[in-house]
Design a protein around this ligand. Sequence first.
Ligand code: IMP
Length: 424
Amino acid sequence: MKNKVSVLVGLQWGDEGKGKIVDMLSKDFDVVARYQGGANAGHTIIIDGKKTVLHLIPSGIFTKNIICVIGNGTVIDPKALIEEIDLLTKDGVDLSGRLYISKDAHIILPYHKIIDAINESKNDKIGTTKKGIGPTYFDKYARRGIKFSDFEDENVLKDKIKKNLAYLISIFPESEELKALSDTGLFNELKEQYEDIKQYFVQTHYLLNNMISEGKNILLEGAQGALLDVDFGTYPYITSSSPTSGGACTGTGIPPTVINGVIGIVKAYTTRVGEGPFPTELFDDTGKEIARIGVEFGATTGRPRRCGWLDLVALKYAVIINGVTEIALTKSDVLDTFKEIKLCTDYELGGDVINTFPSNPFVLQNVKPVYKTFKGWNKSFNESSKYEDLHVEFKEYVEFIENYVGVKIRYISTGPARKDIIIK
Ligand code: IMP
């Protein structure tokens, strides 16, 4: 049998519950690799009642013998990485020979976080996590970014830091915070951090492709979600990377010809943090109730998440652009007590009914959701439930989603713990 090379993607605006599903699937894989984003992500895993939130290291790290890779498409804040390594080491998670990071990943420097905050205060607010993600990708594409491989020639690295800092001060002359930085100070701090973590850096594209040749199974873990993708998201209200499955190739060096599955993660309702259009957003008590039961607060920033019904127009769009082959439906238990549950099947726009997702956010903000209402199942399920035994109302909801998007729902997560999962 051919080895499995699968991509796991969020199909909404992030926070779909990917961490738990990666943790669950890890036993079938030898390697889990992150391919984009940085410490803006927050992947929550609960094992034996203990909750851990990972921002950078793939959620597969809790499965023994799994190798975890942070690919070239990510952007890494060394401080956040060291904190996460320390947290895992303290918890007894052995990382030696299990964590590899791409030398080609770009480094988030302190000035990137300062610029993230300046951009948020000066331009139209995006509601970023202020982790310096956008400004680091901005430097990457402007061809002045700094990679971990720059440590191979420290003089070049020092020179790059010096030029970048001078350039930034010239474009943001009013920033006292930028002026307070010195290039030697930045270099020394970075060098000290690098000494702590340098053993993890390799050319991960060779490592991953060698493992594929050896018949190993690889899971490529996306962060954020399709609707935050730099190309396919609600631009400019997006993150600055490619969470969609295509990003898995450029973000790891794994070619598209070897990928043979795309697992899409979708929450039974929708949430969004930060600014930007959200057609099914609820401003009433139902929205508040979803937020309360679902404990919808950002895992990275603690911000309350905006909540609403599941939007099938957006979901189908995400399924198409990612080539999703199977779906994991998460947090269905949050809806267990609702009398009525709605699914958005179409949008009304200027007197027309459409079922495509507008790429312009200023058009998207004007659509009105058209809903199909389902009777609530009013029952909770547990790990011993079999899909066949579930309530008819629940199955109707699940099967309507499957038929609408044309992809089967294979996993249903019915609670936060590892064991709360129904495999269909
Ligand atoms: P940035 O990624 O920090 O630049 O933020 C850009 C947008 O993406 C903001 O709306 C953030 O709230 C959102 N975002 C970034 N990371 C996540 C995530 O992991 N979950 C949900 N939203 C996110």
